[in-house]
Design a protein around this ligand. Sequence first.
Ligand code: ATP
Length: 197
Amino acid sequence: MSGDVFRDICCAEKRGINTEVLEQILYIAVEIAREGREGRKIGTLFTVGDELAVMEHSRPLVLDPLFGHPNEKKQITLHDVRETIKELAQLDGAFVISNDGIAISAARYIDVLSDGVKIPLGLGSRHMAAASITRRTSAVAIVVSESSMVRVFDEGKIISEILPEIWMMRKHGLFMNMPTAKERSTEDIVVRTRTDM
Ligand SMILES: Nc1ncnc2c1ncn2[C@@H]1O[C@H](COP(=O)(O)OP(=O)(O)OP(=O)(O)O)[C@@H](O)[C@H]1O
């Protein structure tokens, strides 16, 4: 996915949120949604940007496993950090990611205020926390639901819902749009083939 596509689903750039970092976290979120951990589905929450304000509006739920490591070892572009995040995603709470792509804290409870947030009925407290923190700060939040859906929040509301499988198909160019596809039909089967392969 190019940064341009990402800007289409998130207005973060307007407020100076780093869209490349958002994109990286979105990839990790999609991977968590697809892979789960040790054979079971897991959910988690990321905040990206405005990290000082997010830290102010949140509390540790356990001793912070990311605390005390040098920043250069906590860059989300590093393979080891991505794998660590996937492992720590099994813990309750949220990851706080700084605007320059450092995983600064894990397993944080986000203080929640429901004033001014708009989320559909049926979503639970993780989604409410994401809506609330994006309403109170300039951060953008990404929720991986245990139901495998990935949702992006900005300014107290959902701005994008991502089905991980469709996302991955798009990434690998597996969609066959009409202009590049040809169709052959037999009695009850339609075969669509890319013509540009
Ligand atoms: N305020 C919060 N800050 C950080 N994490 C939270 C907060 N509230 C809930 N969570 C996390 O969300 C988890 C799931 O809670 P809940 O089932 O109510 O959320 P949900 O929005 O329905 O998410 P899911 O779709 O994944 O079930 C909790 O176990 C906890 O880890």
